[in-house]
Design a protein around this ligand. Structure first.
Ligand SMILES: [Zn+2]
Length: 292
């Protein structure tokens, strides 16, 4: 049963506007107060049914060349697929343990290990994915809730690779990580699809990232907003120059045209955050109702 949100799930602001973009029964709304774009109504994960890991997910990874026919990982392809996460982790890492939360079957965990980060623990709440990662990829992944991390095993870096867009309440989730998972001066690395990307602008509803499991559609500003509300501040990093020279020239054209210093129209956003202090505001209580 889809759940209708009657206020913004990030700032609790009441002014939410339905966007014209539609894909099947997926509708997107934008909050007038904080600017976040989110799925509304929201569909429960159960919509996909059990067994999707081996039936849908793994075949897709084989098609994309990340796993071979037997399901074994192909290191070069995996490093390439997760290059943004690796580059950011290299910039932000200051020693200590790393937690890769929402690691799925563990490909991002593997990519970090291939890149020389040996102390990486992978977590995912979906047990099927964790079992696949343990059985086939021989990774020591955990299906435990990361809240249970004891104080002596706190992480200095949490990696969230393409997972924040799946979380029902990202401010509460990041606050939880800040309080229960990280050391006091810990950092996070986040990658999410970019709703201000040229792909979304040109493909509209055909953009592959519009799907039931993506509750949020971040741009640079709304990602910062969510991080700030959870008590993090973005670490200033030079964004790597786009490999596609056409894209870089479009970005510089837009910068000049619109008079803004930074603009990101690449397919994904990668950011590092550090703990900034107390939480700005408590996570709002969601006003919600069952749809007909
Ligand atoms: Zn809002």
């Amino acid at each position: 049963m889809p759940v209708v949100l009657e206020a913004c799930p990030v700032c609790a602001g009441p002014q939410i506007r339905l966007l014209s973009i539609r894909k099947g029964d997926i509708r997107l709304c934008r909050c007038a107060d904080c600017g976040i774009i989110f799925q509304n109504p929201r569909f429960e994960e159960a919509k996909y049914g059990p067994g999707q890991v081996t039936k849908h997910y793994v075949p897709r990874l084989k098609e994309n060349g990340l796993l071979d026919a037997k399901g074994k990982p192909i290191p070069g392809k995996i490093a390439q697929r997760y290059r943004k996460v690796i580059t950011l982790t290299r910039k932000v890492y200051a020693g200590g343990l790393i937690a890769d939360i929402g690691c799925g079957i563990g490909l991002s965990t593997l990519a970090l290990k291939y890149s020389g980060f040996e102390q990486v623990d992978g977590y995912d709440v979906e047990k099927q994915r964790v079992d696949f990662g343990r059985d086939v990829l021989k990774l020591d992944l955990s299906a435990e809730d990361v809240v249970t991390v004891p104080p002596e095993k706190r992480y200095s870096l949490v990696v969230l690779s393409s997972m924040l867009e799946h979380v029902p309440d990202p401010v509460a989730f990041l606050s939880m990580i800040r309080k229960n998972t990280l050391v006091p001066n810990g950092r996070i690395v986040v990658t999410v699809p970019n709703v201000l990307s040229w792909q979304f602008m040109t493909q509209g509803k055909k953009w592959e990232n519009i799907c039931y499991s993506h509750y949020y559609y971040f741009g640079d500003d709304s990602l910062n907003e969510v991080g700030n509300r959870a008590g993090f501040r973005r670490i200033a990093l030079d964004r790597p120059k786009s490999g596609k020279s056409g894209l870089a020239s479009h970005e510089s054209y837009l910068r000049e045209l619109l008079g803004i210093r930074e603009i990101n129209i690449t397919g994904g956003i990668g950011a590092g955050f550090e703990v900034s202090g107390p939480i700005a505001s408590p996570a709002p209580q969601l006003a919600s109702a069952e749809a007909d």
